[in-house]
Design a protein around this ligand. Structure first.
Ligand code: CP
Length: 308
């Protein structure tokens, strides 16, 4: 099997088979990651560039380490400190990177659709590392990988996504990916932070966290994205925490073996109490490791393609 596209722009575009193919490859990559030597030749001779117009710790670093663990060259560029600050356009910046021989450009941008635009203008593969409020496909892939590792299947699982759904590209990618793999996804959050189009995705929408948590197999908490807020949407942080924050008492509504995930960075005491972040049902740290394995798999699969 091969991926149909040279780019990974969103989980909306992938089939269930393609998602499973990436995640199966990630299992092999995790073995390399867990080995003593952490080095394999899969990307020898390839060049990977991360181009980030927004802040990141996990996504950017995990792509760079993934590239290095597979013996690729890896370089990074940020909007701050580059010629973007002198007015160079996104497309011209990407074409410049392309002409230096990049095989993969990994883009994070505040504009929804920016990676799609780039993909039309460069020969390199383009990976979406988060575009505005649209998608964050590699985060959803690592979330799904983590769930499969713990629960073996997504089929029939109740996955509750709690928080700022409106601004969350993670929620959108997870809804696409998890629904394709047969999960029953529901969301809960303040009504001002619920996108109007959410009903069309087929997920259940709750306005209380309690309804979403009942018998959940997986609970995904999301950060309030203050950087994307228009005035009037955000409830006060204390009010948010009171009505939607997850503590051990609330989590008793979920199944006993429910697992807790969060894409990070976590605001302890807001969306999750510290005791929940650090409890034995929380796999937030494992998500970070799995993110490297998933990104190793993607870099490998996208660069071994001959066409498209
Ligand atoms: N989850 C995530 O995208 O984290 P970073 O913003 O640190 O990359």
């Amino acid at each position: 099997m091969a991926l149909r596209s040279k780019n990974l722009l969103g989980l909306k575009d992938l089939t269930a088979d393609e998602i499973e193919y990436i995640l199966n490859t990630a299992k092999t990559m995790k073995l390399i990651l867990n080995s003593k030597n952490k080095k394999a030749p899969h990307l020898q001779g390839k060049s990977i560039v991360t181009l980030f117009y927004e802040n990141s710790t996990r996504t950017r670093l995990s792509f760079e380490l993934a590239a290095k663990y597979l013996s690729s060259s890896a370089a990074n560029i940020s909007a701050v400190g580059s010629s973007v600050a002198k007015g160079e356009s996104l497309i011209d910046t990407a074409k410049t990177i392309n002409m230096m021989g990049a095989d993969v450009i990994i883009l994070r941008h505040s504009m929804a659709g920016a990676p799609h635009l780039l993909a039309k203008n460069v020969d390199a593969s383009v990976i979406n590392a988060g575009d505005g409020m649209n998608e964050h496909p590699t985060q959803a892939l690592l979330d799904i990988f983590t769930i499969l590792d713990k629960k073996k299947t997504l089929k029939g699982l109740k996955v509750a996504i709690i928080g700022d759904i409106y601004h969350s590209r993670v929620a959108r990618s997870n809804i696409w990916g998890m629904s394709k793999l047969g999960a029953n996804v529901c969301v809960a959050g303040p009504s001002t932070l619920m996108p109007p189009e959410i009903e069309k995705t087929g997920v259940k929408v709750f306005t209380t966290v309690q309804e979403a948590l009942i018998d959940a197999d997986v609970v995904i908490a999301l950060r309030i994205q203050k950087e994307r807020q228009k005035s009037g949407l955000l409830p006060g942080i204390r009010e948010y925490s009171r009505f939607f924050g997850l503590d051990e008492k609330r989590l008793k509504l979920a199944k006993k073996d429910a697992i807790i995930l969060h894409p990070g960075p976590v605001n302890r005491g807001v969306e999750l109490t510290t005791s929940v972040v650090d409890c034995d049902r929380s796999f937030i740290n494992e998500q970070v490791t799995n993110g490297v394995a998933v990104r190793m798999a993607l870099l490998y699969l996208l660069t071994r393609r001959d066409v498209n």
